[in-house]
Design a protein around this ligand. Structure first.
Ligand code: GLN
Length: 185
């Protein structure tokens, strides 16, 4: 089982380290060839405009779409949530609003309640929220009435940074999902 971490820009190293600590084999993804044979993929936080340009430059958009269409589990965090929305890769029926909690409010922490996980202490860094979503999208958690965690098919997105707090439960759940899907294939 190999989990890819998109490594064009942003906070990929912390995700890779955490997944390795959980016993997963991790591959940094920079080109379409790196996507071959992976069983799951993390789209990390970072800067969504830079990440979009990198995806375009490397010709990654189409292979990423195919990966999701095959049912490969994907975890998108922060800028990763933005990448999956209808205005970027067009894989989730969502519209993400960037820096939604206010430009001046660079970061804050809040407890969010996640199904199957429970209370999770979440770090938000210039975080987006989901401003609009269609019926295929299941909202999992909100902060101040705005969706910050959601699921659609094999995609799970959170607008915070679960790789930064030392709480490994969200990554553990993702690894379990990847194992379950890879085992069933
Ligand atoms: N504000 C960033 C953007 O819009 C996302 C922030 C993050 O990933 N921590 O690209």
């Amino acid at each position: 089982m190999v989990i890819g971490v998109l490594a064009l820009q942003g906070g990929f190293a912390a995700h890779a380290k955490l997944l390795r600590a959980l016993g997963a084999e991790v591959r940094e993804v920079r080109t379409p060839a790196d996507l071959l044979g992976i069983d799951g993929l993390v789209l990390p936080g970072g800067e969504s405009t830079t990440m979009s340009l990198g995806i375009e430059r490397e010709g990654l958009a189409e292979p990423l779409r195919e990966l999701v269409e095959r049912g490969t589990p994907v975890l998108g965090t922060c800028a990763g949530l933005i990448m999956l929305d209808s205005r970027h890769l067009g894989l989730m029926d969502t519209v993400a609003e960037r820096n939604a909690f206010g430009r001046q409010l660079h970061s804050f922490e809040a407890d969010v309640d996640l199904p199957e996980i429970g209370t999770f202490h979440a770090v938000f860094i210039r975080a987006p929220w989901i401003a609009e979503h269609g019926p295929a999208v299941e909202i999992l958690a909100e902060v101040d009435g705005h969706p910050v965690a959601a699921r659609q098919g094999p995609m799970l997105v959170v607008s915070f940074h679960p790789e930064l707090t030392g709480d490994t439960r969200l990554h553990e759940a993702f690894v379990r999902q990847v194992r379950a899907v890879a085992g069933a294939a």
